[in-house]
Design a protein around this ligand. Sequence first.
Ligand SMILES: [Zn+2]
Length: 415
Amino acid sequence: MIKKLIFTTLITFGVIHHSNSQQINSFTPKLIIGGKGEILTITGSGFGNVQGNSYVSFFQESNTYSDATTSNQLKYLSWSNTEIKLEMPVAFSNKIKLNINGNEYFSSETLKVNANLGYRNVNPLIYNLLTDNNKKGGVTWFVHPVYWNNPEIKEAIADVMREFRCKTGANYIIEPLTKWVPLNLNQGIHILAPDSSLNVVGFNDKLWTSCILGTETFYNYQTQLLRFSTTQNWYYGKGQPPSGTAKFRYVLYHEIGHSLGLGHVNELGESMYPSVTNLPSDNWCSRDSITSSEQKAIQHYIQLSQNFTFRACGINPMKQITNCEDVYNERLQVKETEFKREVLYPNPAKNYIQINLLSEVPTDIEIRNIFGKICLNTKIESSEKISLPSNLPSGLYMVSLKSVIGQSYHRLIIQ
Ligand SMILES: [Zn+2]
């Protein structure tokens, strides 16, 4: 039997599909926050199996689409002929532009960007964060006396700060600025003040610093200013501002939004819309709150500012707020003054001692000499002055304060 040999020749053809079907069919989500690392998925056809020189481009505040260099720096998670996934950068609402090998394609729908969180690097995302700047857990805004001494303005500032504290966790507190300082970033403190030389309605200046430890560089805001024009006809109340006035609280929402990392958006209805007086913001500035997208973006920024692990140059994370209504930090101030209160004075003492109780409850006082002998035994109902027995020799004594709260011992020198 002759074996029949069959030679099979396989011929493969290299086919390049020059298809005209490049198009964006859809994308998700339709509503997004820029700069926060949210994933945008674009679906369609003809994107190419690999990214190559192709890129996705977004409309910018500069009124142009991002160029090839900027668009190529974005964080692309995947790229296939029918689907692209990438992290959403800072952008303005508009159609998405796709550049495939030099040809441009636009989405038919508009991608809405309701908030933008500013970064210093997009891939990976690196921000200038906030820290425990005041060693009280966050940032103290020193309020200029012209504002602090005007109850209406002070209340407006306190209310707006409370809104951010309670909705985002931003550990911002306010204190009066008690000495004159020039309004610049060299003061090393955060200042909120009117500024007669400001030629815009409001402005937020920021000074960032960096600290390097090993291979890591940490960036944070060290000093900021919130300045407000003195030439505006300001309205400090709530609700809709009377016509011809500028709503101070609304401008403050906008500027504090900047101080908490937010950039502008072109979505109507958002506090971060670039213009803050007259139309169109007069259409929505009657609300006395931030929007849910602003809240989400800032919450994310605060979480980053609370949870970083970098420790050097005295940098510690911003702390969580215990009582968000307490914008004056009264709880802490009470503690501090209590701490500063001397329990006994004068010390050394001569004829009397003043006893200051941490809690005003009935307290047993006992004074013993160094041999343990009781020299004075009395009870007080509240902080008061006690006369010392005139026959007590000079020397060291031990004072015991005992109440339902507990017992404490203090050294006392009698002259
Ligand atoms: Zn702005």
